[in-house]
Design a protein around this ligand. Structure first.
Ligand SMILES: Cc1ncc(COP(=O)(O)O)c(C=O)c1O
Length: 387
């Protein structure tokens, strides 16, 4: 049973660090990563430093730089290409505010897979002259790169896409979309929130121009910390008007008579950095580096094969693509009443979530085949809620 042995290797390395597994089957990392002892200790360190040292802002700024560097290392960027933000939305809104939509290039192309925040931020730019168009899902709920072709042209300002869809777990062929956009000299923004920490991401290899995400899902951090990558060559093409003093070229000049954004990606920041979440975020990123993101991807793929097979044996329907290269860590299962199903699983000690009529099951490095079996066992008892 080499597969079974293999599937215990990663949890054996890390599961004991996540106390929730003493009480519950936690298989919901698409919403929030489980709390580790390491992240809990990081929060304790923050409180200790605050209590012992009062207002150690020099150290806290140094921690902010450590977070910037840790994230840059994770995605193969330079630290000066990274803004430390308070959410994915904050970085994207800074970019959107920094672009001008008056010239011939005024069209923003997004997809029907976007998280609401992306649609809302770009549609808000319609008040500033942007025209926003959506690449539609096909009949199977898929988005093929060729569907972008008619929409990307000399009027296009930006292509804004999501790596893995939060509703159905489908993964976009980012390479092909980037190639197509770049043929027309159009930059690409990638929302990598549902991918980061579960799939190795190299911004240079992917060729994306901007990338936004946060730490609370597969990066095992908590709410309050996001990152925004901007390729060095594009720094000065955005002049954010949603801004703040930590975006200024000289943060501590305290100049109220001027706005000179930093000449690097820090121009996409705004106010005081989220110090508690930075302690947690660094701990989460370092933990994921120790566990291994490539190993996690392989592990989760195998768990997901077991899950998909099991659901199909029960007569259920998987909304996520079958091709492992076209999906992320998240598996979506169609349900007649997804919220009720989540509630019933919760009563049995199994934590999942729902979106768009689907049950969302999202395994991580800490999940075992037994967790998947526990989900399948309960789904068998609640077969009437499978669509
Ligand atoms: C794909 C995706 N993008 C964005 C977000 C939200 O980002 P934030 O709240 O940090 O702005 C989420 C959160 O669930 C998400 O899944």
């Amino acid at each position: 049973m080499s597969v079974a042995v293999d599937l215990h290797k990663l949890p054996a390395k890390c599961r004991q660090r996540f106390p929730i597994f003493d009480r519950r089957v936690y298989i919901n990392s698409c919403s929030q990563g489980a709390l580790s002892d390491r992240v809990r200790a990081a929060y304790a360190d923050y409180l200790r430093d605050w209590d012992d040292r009062g207002a150690p802002w020099e150290y806290w700024i140094e921690r902010t730089e450590a977070a910037r560097t840790a994230f840059a290392r994770l995605v193969n960027a330079n630290p000066d290409e990274i803004a430390v933000t308070t959410s994915l939305s904050a970085g994207v809104a800074a970019l959107a505010s920094g672009l001008r939509y008056a010239g011939p290039r005024h069209k923003v192309v997004l997809t029907d897979w976007e998280f609401p925040t992306i649609g809302q931020i770009w549609h808000a730019q319609e008040a500033r002259g942007a025209r926003v168009v959506h690449v539609r899902e096909d009949a199977d709920g898929q988005i093929q790169p060729r569907a972008f072709r008619p929409l990307i042209d000399e009027e296009t300002k930006l292509v804004s896409v999501t790596h893995v869809c939060y509703r159905n777990g489908a993964r976009l062929d980012v390479d092909s979309v980037v190639r197509l956009a770049h043929e027309h000299e159009v930059p690409v923004l990638l929302d990598a929130y549902q991918a980061i920490g579960s799939i190795p991401i190299d911004v240079k290899a992917l060729g994306v121009d901007f990338l936004a995400c946060g730490t609370l899902k597969y990066l095992l951090g908590s709410a309050g910390l996001g990152f925004f990558y901007c390729r060095r060559e594009l720094w000065e093409q955005a002049w954010p008007t949603a801004t703040g003093w930590f975006a200024d070229e000289n943060v501590f000049a305290m100049d109220i008579h001027d706005y000179s954004p930093a000449r690097n990606a820090r121009r996409f920041q705004s106010g005081t950095p989220p110090i508690p979440a930075i302690y947690a975020g660094i701990a989460g990123i370092e933990l994921m580096e120790e566990i291994g993101i490539a190993e996690t991807q392989k592990h989760v793929r195998k768990l997901n094969e077991l899950l998909i097979e099991g659901v199909e044996e029960l007569g259920g329907t998987i909304a996520t693509p079958r091709d492992p290269n076209r999906r992320g860590a998240l598996i979506c299962i169609e349900s007649t009443d997804a919220e009720r199903l989540v509630g019933e699983l919760d009563r049995e000690g199994i934590v999942t979530s729902s979106r768009d009529g689907n049950l969302r099951v999202s395994a991580h490095a800490y999940n075992t085949p037994e967790d998947v079996k526990a989900v399948l066992w309960e789904l068998a008892r609640k077969r009437h809620l499978l669509a």
